[in-house]
Design a protein around this ligand. Structure first.
Ligand code: PMP
Length: 396
């Protein structure tokens, strides 16, 4: 092998060893069609990913427009299915226009790259999603990161910023790993006071919160309060892709300048048709949201009564803060053996010492599913307490 080939082998081996030693080796699970585990890890909050009406719409969209879109939106990939979905999403969120992106990750990269440059003053919540931080890097803009959900800290940073430059404040709507909602009243008034634009990534709020599932921003905050609204389709709507909603001038700007929009193949049209069907269901079946809220309340009540380490979230994301990475891995394995799939979230996704189980509730669960999960969590807790007592006795 050439010496360059050896360099690459050494590089890969070194990075792999580093990752394993840090206890951060990431593994994927193959989910079978007859998987017996009850899933408390997905973002399918309304239970629409397997809805027969959504699947039928996907088939129909593919039959009409093809399995793939064939090209980017600006070439020939923008089908009638994409167009109708954009119009429905604009209306749903109370915006003039919406623009589809292939993923939420790309939507965030696209917005930040198209709006920011080295001279933009960019303010981001410390716990913002990785795609928002990466978007700033793509734009060459420096992110000033304020303490999580802390309007005072944001004010302090804004007061120090160069007033002659354009300012953009960026926040998740519902924080993906904590489940709490951004302080939107505060953020909108701070943005207005400092002539900044506000961008909210409502990936986890859309479909779940607001009127008819219009999210934590939706029609509650107008486009002169939240100028840039991002929503994803792969979570509550159960399909894939994402959109940016806002005034016409913003959307036209993105079409001209957002490279992750311009230089990629449009979503498969069947996915657009499926998303439109799921948006209709989201609006017309509010009982899904009511059931989900009842599950959240039940879970929190019972989890608190057995002393599980809940965080302050009222959304379907209900993390249990366990702290140590090894503890989270142990609980998640044990839950798997007891029949439940629950996400184990470790650094660097969350801060060191803040590893957690990310339990997500869905309208497809029933009260018995939640009750059985709580029993399994209690078993993890009791086994741990038993071990600690055993160790204590040995040390005595
Ligand atoms: N924003 C947030 C807050 C997210 O949690 C995610 C996905 N985890 C994304 C954006 C990216 O969305 P997508 O999966 O569609 O790329």
């Amino acid at each position: 092998m050439s010496s360059t080939g050896n360099d690459w082998q050494r590089f890969l081996a070194h990075k792999a060893a580093e990752q394993r030693q840090a206890g951060r080796w990431r593994c994927r699970l193959v989910r079978g069609t007859n998987d017996a585990l009850i899933d408390f890890a997905s973002n399918d909050y309304l239970g629409l990913a397997n809805d027969p009406r959504v699947i039928a719409a996907q088939h129909q969209g593919a039959r009409l427009h093809g399995a793939g879109s064939g090209a980017s939106h600006l070439v020939t990939g923008h089908s009638q299915a994409h167009h109708e979905l954009e119009e429905a999403l604009a209306q749903h969120t109370g915006r003039q226009r919406a623009l589809l992106f292939s993923t939420g990750y790309m939507a965030n990269l696209g917005v930040l790259q198209a709006l920011c440059d080295t001279d933009t003053q960019l303010f981001q919540d410390r716990l913002n999603h990785a795609s928002l931080l990466d978007g700033a890097k793509l734009a060459g803009a420096r992110s000033r990161r304020y303490h999580h959900a802390d309007g005072e800290d944001l004010r302090r940073l804004l007061a120090r910023a160069d007033a002659s430059q354009r300012r953009l404040i960026v926040s998740d709507g519902v924080f993906s790993m904590d489940g709490d909602v951004a302080p939107l009243d505060d953020l909108t008034s701070i943005a207005a006071q400092h002539q900044a634009w506000l961008m909210i990534d409502d990936a986890h709020g859309l479909g779940v919160l607001g009127n008819d599932g219009d999210g934590c921003v939706g029609r509650h905050y107008a486009s002169d309060q939240v100028q840039v609204l991002v929503g994803t389709l792969g979570k509550a709507l159960g399909t894939a892709g994402a959109f940016v909603a806002g005034d016409t001038a913003l959307i036209e700007h993105l079409i001209q300048f957002a490279r992750p929009y311009i230089y990629t193949t449009a979503l498969p049209p069947g996915v657009a048709s499926a998303s439109l069907a799921s948006l209709h269901i989201c609006v017309s079946e509010p009982e899904r949201r009511h059931h989900l809220q009842a599950l959240i309340a039940r879970f929190r009540h019972e989890a608190a009564s057995i002393g599980l380490p809940l965080m302050g979230s009222s959304s379907p994301i209900q993390p249990l803060l366990l702290g140590e990475e090894s503890r989270v891995m142990h609980w998640s394995r044990q839950l798997g053996e007891l029949g439940f799939r629950v996400g184990a979230i470790r650094p660097p996704t969350v801060a060191r010492g803040q590893a957690r189980l990310r339990i997500t509730l869905s309208a497809r669960h029933d009260f018995n599913d939640v009750h059985r999960l709580l029993e399994a969590l209690q078993r993890c807790q009791q086994e741990e307490q038993g071990q600690q007592q055993g160790q204590g006795q040995q040390e005595d």
